[in-house]
Design a protein around this ligand. Structure first.
Ligand SMILES: NC(=O)c1ccc[n+]([C@@H]2O[C@H](COP(=O)([O-])OP(=O)(O)OC[C@H]3O[C@@H](n4cnc5c(N)ncnc54)[C@H](O)[C@@H]3O)[C@@H](O)[C@H]2O)c1
Length: 256
């Protein structure tokens, strides 16, 4: 109705999304732009981030490998020069792989923790450099429902996602106790139909094809990236003003 305020309005806010070239990150770019945010789509896949920015109103693209401290420093300086502020960060870049504790596969552990854990940590550090100065901001870290229970054939992935959830709680306590209106939360999706779901199905190939995996799930279907993005956008908005230091599971009761 004309004259009514939208339920969520992020106009004037600058929002950086990592892993924006695909899946949940891409859907978060679309969702944040839809409610007025100026989106910075980042990914190690620079062309993919560019393509997302091209079809997202008002968006910018920036190449960013989240494992690189130097790349984050460069990105931070570019944001300072270009926008002078940063209000929202969504740490979505992530990788999945299969490993078991008994195999002591340290190469897989290091690769997964570098992207999923260190990448999110550097993202939070960059966000906080702006948000502490502004006294306000919102960060959402994409963890996983896999952080909630043991995953015998994705041990390092599950552990990395649990580490993200723990860093989220610690960071939220840090900012709230410092008196800042900076809310940091995690989102824990179940299986979502993105490129990563193909990797997941390969890991669980014993269950059969992708369709067979989907049918065997209690949810009856995979979630969609936009079903996760809707929760992320909500958490980034003042509608979630009293939600900080927690995780929201988006898995249609799969882990209930
Ligand atoms: N799809 C699922 O079922 C599911 C479930 C739970 C959690 N998640 C989490 O959601 C997040 C997004 O996953 P998705 O399903 O959209 O996967 P996706 O594979 O579709 O997208 C991941 C994106 O991250 C980017 N990326 C990977 N390594 C990077 C790096 N070092 N630096 C920058 N970008 C990098 C990739 O280029 C890609 O664009 C991940 O953190 C994932 O662990 C996914």
């Amino acid at each position: 109705m004309a004259g009514m305020k939208p339920w969520i309005d992020l106009s004037g806010k600058v929002a950086l999304v990592t892993g924006a070239a695909s899946g949940i990150g891409r859907a978060c770019c679309a969702g944040l732009a839809e409610v007025g945010a100026t989106v910075i789509a980042t990914d190690r896949d620079a062309a993919g981030a560019g393509a997302v920015a091209d079809c997202t109103p008002g968006a910018h693209a920036h190449a960013l490998d989240v494992t690189s401290d130097a790349a984050w420093r460069e990105c931070e300086a570019w944001i300072e020069r270009t926008f002078g502020r940063l209000d929202i960060v969504v740490n979505s870049a992530g990788i999945v792989s299969s490993d078991r504790v008994g195999d002591a596969d340290t190469a897989t552990y290091q690769r997964i923790f570098a992207v999923n854990v260190e990448g999110s940590l550097l993202g939070m550090r960059t966000a906080l450099a702006f948000m502490r100065r502004q006294g306000k901001g919102a960060i959402v870290n994409i963890s996983s429902a896999a952080s909630l229970s043991g995953a015998s054939i994705m041990a390092s992935y599950g552990a990395s996602k649990a580490a993200i959830a723990h860093y989220t709680r610690s960071a939220a306590l840090e900012t709230v106790r410092a008196g800042h209106d900076i809310r940091i939360n995690s989102v824990h999706p179940g299986v979502i139909d993105t490129a990563m779901a193909d990797d997941f199905c390969e890991i669980y190939s014993v269950l059969g094809s992708k369709e067979a995996v989907e049918q065997k799930m209690s949810t009856g279907r995979f979630g969609t990236a936009s079903e996760v993005a809707d929760v992320v956008v909500y958490l980034c908005s003042d509608r979630a003003s009293f939600i900080a230091g927690t995780g929201i599971v988006v898995d249609r009761a799969a882990s209930a």
